[in-house]
Every structure is written in structure tokens, then in C-alpha cells.
Design a protein. Structure first.
Length: 176
């Protein structure tokens, strides 16, 4: 019986040793009204944590505790259900937009997606019912599953020739 107990302790210690550095490698902080995960290597990811409204401009860099971080991504569900968010400007430093990043932003009418972004994640603009038009830059190569699902006011979208993959139901129920 003692062997099983020792084995279990060793297993938990091993698991703890693996997970602890992962937990310590990112810090969730609010800087100038926007929440970020600060990651080793001086990288910042916009994350959920606040209720965003109106027009927002994400900066290319943020400073925290005297260190400068490059904002390189908008994380999964970062602005999810921010129903009063109307416009967002994304800096050229951002290369990815996570799944469901703007899902449920029903007042979002305008978004600037920079040339640095290469993919639009799954459910990214789900239920963005006020979004009327969007131009995707030449850098975008893929559009995820249900990316623009139920964007009922979307009446114009410019797809660059660089797009090689469009997920199932990417534009489902875009009735306009």
C-alpha cells in the first residue's frame, strides 16, 4: 500500500513541477482600461476581464512595472458580449485574433483589421448584428468556423485572394 501512496505523491509533485512554470509565465493586468495577459518574452495578449464600450484603440505596446510589452494578439473571448462596444482599432503588432474574440458585440459597427493578422478565428464575430461591412487584409489566409455567423447587418465583405480556407458556416445567417 505504501508503494501506491509514494507513487501518487511523486505523480502529484511531477505534475506540480510542470504546471507551476506555466502559471507563473503570464500575468493578468489592467493597463489604461484594457486587460492583458503579460507573457514571458515581453509579449502582451488582450484578454477578457473588463466590460468594454464605445470606441477602443488597442495600443501596439504597453508598459507595466517599467517593462515594455508588444501587444501581439487578441485572445480568446477578449471582448465577448461587450454589447456596447461600437468600434475597435487593432495595431499592426497584432498577428492573431482568438476564437470568439468579439462574439456577442451586438453594437460593433466598425473594426480595423491590420495587415499583420493572418487568420480570423472560430466564432470571432458571432452575433455582431450591427457590423455592416468589413475588409480583410491580404495577409489573411483563413477564416474560422462560424466566424461571421449571424452578422445580420453584414452587407459587404472584401475577401482577399490570399484566403485559402473558409470554415463551415462562416457567413451563415448574414441576411443582408
Amino acid at each position: 500500500m505504501r508503494t501506491n501512496t509514494n507513487h501518487a505523491k511523486k505523480l502529484w509533485l511531477s505534475l506540480f513541477a510542470v504546471v507551476l512554470p506555466l502559471l507563473a509565465s503570464a500575468e493578468n493586468v489592467e493597463i489604461s482600461g484594457i486587460w492583458y495577459n503579460l507573457i514571458k518574452g515581453k509579449v502582451a495578449e488582450v484578454t477578457g476581464g473588463g466590460f468594454y464600450y464605445g470606441s477602443i484603440t488597442i495600443p501596439a505596446t504597453v508598459t507595466y512595472d517599467g517593462a515594455e510589452y508588444s501587444v501581439t494578439s487578441i485572445g480568446k473571448r477578449a471582448f465577448e458580449n461587450c454589447s456596447s462596444l461600437t468600434a475597435i482599432t487593432i495595431p499592426e503588432s497584432v498577428t492573431s485574433i482568438g476564437n470568439s474574440a468579439f462574439s456577442g458585440c451586438s453594437s460593433l459597427t466598425s473594426i480595423n483589421i491590420p495587415e499583420s493578422v493572418t487568420s480570423i478565428g472560430e466564432l470571432t464575430f458571432l452575433n455582431c448584428s450591427s457590423l455592416t461591412a468589413i475588409t480583410l487584409p491580404e495577409s489573411v489566409t483563413s477564416i474560422g468556423y462560424q466566424a461571421f455567423y449571424n452578422c445580420s447587418s453584414l452587407s459587404a465583405i472584401t475577401l482577399p485572394e490570399s484566403v485559402t480556407s473558409i470554415g463551415i458556416r462562416a457567413f451563415y445567417n448574414c441576411s443582408s
